[in-house]
Write a protein that binds this ligand. Structure first.
Ligand code: ZN
Length: 746
């Protein structure tokens, strides 16, 4: 540990700074991987006496710039007579462990991308600013000559403990001027408190919760698996509310107890879930775990990154990018809600965090536990094949029963024109409200209306240069493109024909459904839960607490509220448009719809209150709807598997997509044809395309797609990288992206 302290620190450079690099006498060559989209690591001379080690972070020259990267290999320079630029300096940050480097390399090969891309993710924490000491105020014991009621209040508050200046003013209910004057007169003093580098040690010996027989059996099986050691994988497959979290918490406890240095990573698909899971860990182990996701402030990320690298943080709860943290002794990875499509990263470095979690566990010789109430077909297939231990939790925690799921056939009982709730659903809402119980109206669509159309000229309003409808948001009064983030105020006149008051809002989003529910039940207390209304984890926590306390009667929500939360008074779930995710028709539409609706329906009813779920649909005969109503997941999965097997689709075959984009339609077309001609011939591989992408125009760029299907036995990555290598270089503005195992077909 001390070694890091004595090194001279080199700041992470900003780009563009000019430096002079010279060649020096060298004994070894350092291969340095840079966090940039370059095909490979570069060679640099190791200056005499620097004594680098693999994994260390160094500054090197790149053209006129200075950049920082990781040493991935060191080799003897004997017989090497090409002049090389030298490594400039070593950074003080901890080195990346060898297995973390191996994982970065593996991930790049898997994604058919450059290794600098995953390295950039792995170094995010190292490049964040350091946490600064916290400024706190405490009372000195001196009393100023002149006392006022405000000063009394401030000093009485400070006597009870130290506070950050702003918080002291807020808690005492006084102005910041009062606080300032008390500092000037010596009654308060500033204390700088260092943020501790270590996280408090979790205590696995604390007593765990009482487990029901089904949970206890699963925990036993997991302990046996962990005792075997080495790479192991398990799937916890348990209906909503069966207590999966308690089960994996005990596996975490076993890992922590067995080895005092072992580290654990828990992945969650959504930031909104982290607070609840962190609270569970804090309760079970008496210490808060490290938290890692895009909502965590940079200095805190830096703290987690360093503590993980030095073994001073043993549990991390985080989003998918936490997979790239520099764990030195990773013993267990838990992937909660493993079926969730949010685990797929669609932009930049494209990867599926569930698949990479299994790969990292293999590299680390660690265990991986996947958990879900509605596992993905991929994981079920692996469980069926015996590659994963399959732990089914049947009994529902607290002896509650799954809700009754009923279908409302909208062809029989359509809502009135301009309305979205049919009378059977409205009636059920009325009964629920009268009993003092809660309703969740589910619609996976943000905003007020998904489409704004001009009644005069028929124009559908789109974002500029993008083939995507503008979504009306009435709370903010804006039209928003959910794809590009473009937004504008709702215009008074049609931007196309200039007609006044001609714009009509077509279709419902959560805001519109909330408006209708408020008209139907003016006395009911309403709230909307979507990523627009709830933007921070704290806001999510506040809304969830209000719901749990029974302060909300009707919650209108997107899938942000569909997962993991327990609302004891919620007895009715109304799904406004059960067919929504069936449209679009990609290969996972049925599976995704089943998973989503089963999860949402599972929110209704707990313990002593039986629940009901009503699904509004135009196709009640669809296998997904029938399976939900019959609560027959196995039959649905079997039918879905049979279809995929017949078509050779995942998990029975493999897919990859190639997406081309460019500003000029003709140039793009020409390149797409050349790319098609360069595709290698492979047995058991079919290349489809080029075809216009369903989203044909985004931010002024035209888009084309290829789809590659391969048999399971084919090395798809090898095929794709051969193709990439053979392909003519795309002309300047044309970009090519490879997406292994695509989830998005737009
Ligand atoms: Zn118009």
């Amino acid at each position: 540990m001390l070694a890091f302290g004595v090194r001279r620190e080199t700041p992470w450079p900003s780009t563009g700074r000019s430096i002079s690099a010279m060649t020096t006498v060298m004994s070894r060559i350092a291969q340095v991987l840079l966090p940039l989209p370059l095909p490979e690591a570069f060679d640099y001379a190791e200056p005499e006496g620097m004594d680098l080690k693999v994994g260390e972070l160094v500054a090197v020259p790149l053209g006129p710039r200075q950049v920082s990267g990781a040493v991935v290999a060191l080799k003897d320079a004997h017989g090497h007579n090409r002049a090389l630029k030298s490594v400039l300096a070593r950074h003080a940050e901890p080195a990346l462990p060898a297995r973390a480097l191996e994982f970065i390399d593996w991930a790049a090969r898997y994604a058919v991308d450059s290794p600098g891309q995953p390295l950039a993710i792995a170094l995010r924490g190292a490049r964040a600013p350091k946490p600064r000491p916290q400024k706190l105020l405490r009372a000195t014991g001196l009393r100023p000559a002149r006392m006022t009621p405000a000063r009394e209040k401030a000093l009485a508050t400070a006597d009870a403990g130290s506070f950050p200046p702003k918080a002291l003013a807020e808690v005492a209910g006084v102005s910041t001027a009062v606080i300032k004057s008390l500092i000037q007169e010596g009654a308060l003093e500033i204390e700088l408190r260092e943020i501790p580098a270590s996280f408090p040690a979790p205590d696995p010996a604390r007593p765990g919760p009482k487990l029901n027989p089904s949970q206890a059996a699963a925990v036993e099986a997991l302990r046996a698996m962990l005792d075997e050691g080495g790479f192991q994988a398990a799937l916890i497959d348990g209906v909503t509310g069966s207590g999966k979290t308690e089960v994996y918490l005990e596996a975490v406890a076993a890992v922590l107890a067995k080895d005092p240095d072992a580290q654990v990573l828990v992945l969650l698909p959504e930031i909104a879930l982290t607070q609840a899971v962190i609270a569970r860990f804090a309760e079970r182990f008496g210490a808060e775990p490290g938290e890692w996701h895009s909502g965590v402030a940079s200095p805190n990320r830096r703290r987690v990154w360093e503590a993980v690298a030095t073994g001073r943080c043993r549990i991390v709860v985080g989003a998918r990018s936490a997979l790239f943290l520099p764990f030195g002794k990773l013993a267990l990875i838990v992937v909660d809600e493993e079926h969730d499509a949010s685990y797929k990263q669609d932009e930049g470095f494209i990867y599926h965090a569930r698949d990479l979690a299994v790969a990292r566990a293999k590299i680390e010789d660690a265990a991986v536990i996947l958990a879900s109430a509605t596992p993905s077909l991929e994981s079920l297939w692996n469980a069926e094949q015996g590659r994963y231990r399959w732990l089914r939790l049947k009994a529902r925690h607290g002896q509650a029963v799954l809700p009754d799921i009923e279908l409302i056939d909208l062809r029989q009982t359509p809502p009135e024109p301009g309305r979205w709730l049919s009378w059977p659903l409205v009636q059920a809402m009325g009964e629920t409200f009268a009993r003092g119980e809660q309703t969740l109206l589910f619609l996976n669509r943000r905003g007020y209306a998904p489409l704004v159309l001009c009644k005069a000229c028929g124009e559908r309003l789109c974002a500029p240069d993008t083939q995507s409808w503008l979504v009306e948001h009435r709370y903010s009064g804006r039209l928003v493109c959910h794809l590009t983030g473009f937004s504008m105020p709702r215009p008074e006149r049609c931007p196309h024909c200039g007609a006044k008051d001609s714009l009509a809002s077509i279709g419902p989003g959560v805001e519109r459904v909330a408006e209708e529910a408020a008209q139907l039940f003016p006395e009911a207390r309403m709230a909307v839960f979507s990523s627009d209304t709830v933007q921070h984890p704290e806001a999510a926590r506040a809304l969830i607490e209000q719901m749990q306390a029974g302060e909300i009667d009707i919650l209108v929500a997107t899938q942000a509220a569909a997962k993991g939360h327990n609302f004891p008074r919620l007895t009715l779930v109304g799904v406004v448009d059960a067919d929504l995710s069936l449209r679009g028709g990609d290969l996972r539409a049925g599976e995704r719809t089943y998973q989503l609706l089963a999860q949402v329906s599972g929110r209704a009813g707990r313990a002593d209150r039986p629940g009901r779920a009503l699904l509004q649909t135009y196709c009640p005969e669809h296998p997904v709807m029938q399976a939900l109503m019959a609560k027959d997941r196995d039959a649905f999965i079997e039918a879905e598997m049979a279809e995929r097997r017949a078509a050779g689709l995942p998990p029975f075959g493999r897919l990859a997509a190639v997406i081309l984009s460019g500003p000029d339609a003709q140039a793009l077309e020409a390149y797409a044809r050349a790319l098609a001609a360069s595709a290698p011939n492979g047995e058991g591989v079919e290349v489809y395309g080029p075809a216009d992408a369903p989203l044909g125009l985004v931010r002024g760029r035209r888009r084309k797609r290829f789809l590659v299907r391969a048999d399971r036995t084919v090395d798809l990555q090898a095929f794709m990288s051969t193709w990439r290598a053979r392909a003519p270089k795309p002309p300047g503005p044309i970009r090519m992206t490879v997406d292994i195992d695509p989830y998005n077909f737009l």
